[in-house]
Design a binder for this molecule. Structure first.
Ligand SMILES: NC(=O)c1ccc[n+]([C@@H]2O[C@H](COP(=O)([O-])OP(=O)(O)OC[C@H]3O[C@@H](n4cnc5c(N)ncnc54)[C@H](OP(=O)(O)O)[C@@H]3O)[C@@H](O)[C@H]2O)c1
Length: 254
């Protein structure tokens, strides 16, 4: 296979949780991977080693998606990585990095709102703009949303609203990038039993039972339930899927 035929994909927040599983599934499918991490260098390096063990190339770059001023220097590092690998550009971007903040309406600190907005919406918007400068025509973007944009659970108004904005943004990406044959889709996971929810689940262990009871397939999601969906959207098999919101929740709150 030529270097250009091997797809290259950037997964933000690829150092843990869902992003790690996405990166591993993409590597299994034959992609080279650039993953980003925010603070956990060791976890990121472990993922790089696991991808390399599969025979694919991988590099971890530090990125705080909320720091728009740093995006230009991030792009320089990204371009250097692609040049080192003899690649003309990136084929797929997966906007996955994120945090969760639980705050009921009436008790949402402005700083928490801003943090959610800067990471989940403004960061996704401007990172995408920047990365598009480095993307090959004919690739794709996958944005990660949440089941919480379809159903409402108290405490997630700000978080889910940012994801709602990303859902609208994704539709516009698909429309405006169509002329470059770049697709844009959303994957919306239901509740996943991982680090992201550890504090909430540990604080109230009945949540697992509640979620399982509200899920048609009768259990809480695992990180491994999501990676394959993203890999499909970044494959030839998913080439004609565009501007779609694909919920992977086992059928939550039907
Ligand atoms: N878990 C769920 O139940 C669930 C459900 C629906 C949607 N989602 C969405 O799925 C995505 C991934 O969540 P997850 O469950 O995998 O969470 P996670 O296990 O906590 O992993 C989050 C990832 O994002 C990175 N990150 C955190 N803050 C960042 C920042 N400011 N800039 C750049 N990267 C940052 C982390 O890097 P470090 O480890 O280096 O800090 C880590 O790689 C998020 O967008 C989340 O909203 C999650």
């Amino acid at each position: 296979m030529t270097q250009q035929a091997i797809k290259t994909t950037l997964v933000t927040g690829g150092s843990g949780g869902l992003g790690r599983e996405m990166a591993m599934q993409l590597a299994t499918q034959g992609h080279d991977l650039v993953i980003t991490y925010h603070s956990n260098t060791n976890k990121a390096n472990e993922v790089v080693a696991q991808i390399e063990a599969l025979g694919r190339r991988a590099r971890a770059l530090q990125l705080d998606v909320s720091q728009i001023n740093n995006l230009a220097s991030f792009n320089v590092e990204l371009k250097q990585t692609l040049a080192d690998w003899g690649k003309s550009g990136l084929d797929y971007l997966v906007n996955n990095a994120g945090i969760g903040i639980h705050a009921p309406i009436g008790n949402t600190a402005e700083a928490d709102f801003d943090r959610l907005m800067n990471i989940h919406f403004k960061g996704v918007y401007f990172l995408t703009e920047n990365v598009l400068l480095t993307m090959n025509d004919g690739g794709g973007i996958v944005n990660v949303s949440t089941g919480l944009t379809r159903f409402a659970l108290p405490g997630y108004a700000a978080y889910a609203s940012m994801k709602g904005a990303v859902e609208v943004f994704t539709k516009y990406l698909a429309k405006e990038l169509g002329e470059r044959r770049i697709k844009a889709n959303l994957v919306a996971p239901g509740a996943i039993d991982n680090e992201f929810n550890a504090a909430a689940f540990d604080h109230n262990p009945q949540i697992r039972e509640f979620i399982a009871g509200q899920t048609a397939l009768g259990r809480v999601g695992q990180s491994t339930d999501i990676g394959g969906v993203v890999a499909f959207l970044c494959s030839e098999a998913g080439a004609w899927v565009n501007a779609q919101r694909i919920e992977a929740s086992g059928g939550m709150f039907l």
